[in-house]
Design a protein around this ligand. Structure first.
Ligand code: ZN
Length: 241
């Protein structure tokens, strides 16, 4: 018998136990603070060196790169290690699924990653720690070492398109999976919301694990309101091979 493919969509709620706040969600920090939102809006970032300087200082100060995976991230990696085919589609940019042990090729980062920088001109990428070391050493807006272009975090800024390859893979997985678990996502930001709908349309069992109601609760086969750190390990142990 073929083991069912489990797709797990994770949002900010899975990382709050790791001390990472919700930046991007509908009620997230960026949406509540227009000045902060400018720091992650492509047009402002490219046009204004002062915005870039503030962005680099914010990246230096951010806790995301020092955060550790929590019980929920570990439970997902354990499910994969048990032999169940698992794919993670994440709205988070913290890299904590991979740090918990999920193979990187099985994690689709819909909004990119804060652990890398990317050049806006030649698309060269590298570890964010390298760019931050240059900021630490006195470069307040470090240019690309290959072409002199503007560097940014490899996260998807407001005003930037999602990576079409990542999005295509996420759609294919949502269509193919037998179980689709949405964890810690309000399912109000695209494409996450659409993916849950696609999975349900294609016959997947839809499970929503979130503290607050989501627009997909009515379509879900199961809705879990308990804290993610305890609810998810319990739920996933029931799926383990
Ligand atoms: Zn470059």
């Amino acid at each position: 018998m073929t083991r069912p493919l489990v797709a797990l969509l994770s949002g900010a709620g899975i990382s709050t136990d790791s001390g990472i706040p919700d930046y991007r969600g509908p009620g997230g920090l960026w949406r509540r603070d227009p000045e902060a939102e400018k720091l992650v809006t492509y047009e402002y970032y490219m046009d204004d060196p002062e915005i870039r300087r503030r962005s680099w200082q914010l990246r230096r100060a951010t806790a995301a790169l020092n955060a550790e995976p929590n019980a929920a991230h570990r439970a997902v990696a354990e499910l994969e290690r048990s032999g169940v085919p698992v794919r993670v589609l994440t709205q988070n940019v913290d890299g904590l699924h991979q740090l918990a042990g999920m193979p990187a090729r099985k994690v689709l980062e819909l909004h990119g990653t804060a652990r890398k920088f990317v050049c806006t001109r030649c698309h060269a990428r590298g570890p964010m720690t390298d760019a931050l070391a240059r900021v630490e050493a006195g470069e307040d807006d470090p240019p690309c070492l290959a072409c002199g272009g503007i560097l940014k975090s490899a996260t998807v800024f407001f005003g930037e398109p999602l990576d079409p390859v990542v999005l295509g893979d996420a759609l294919a997985i949502s269509k193919a999976c037998q179980v689709f678990i949405a964890v810690g996502s309000t399912l109000q930001v695209q494409p996450a919301a659409a993916l849950a709908g696609v999975a349900a349309d294609h016959g997947a069992r839809l499970i929503v694990v979130n503290a607050e109601p989501t627009p997909y609760d009515d379509r879900a086969d199961e809705v879990v309101r308990e804290p993610i750190g305890t609810a998810l390990p319990k739920l996933l142990s029931g799926l383990a091979a």
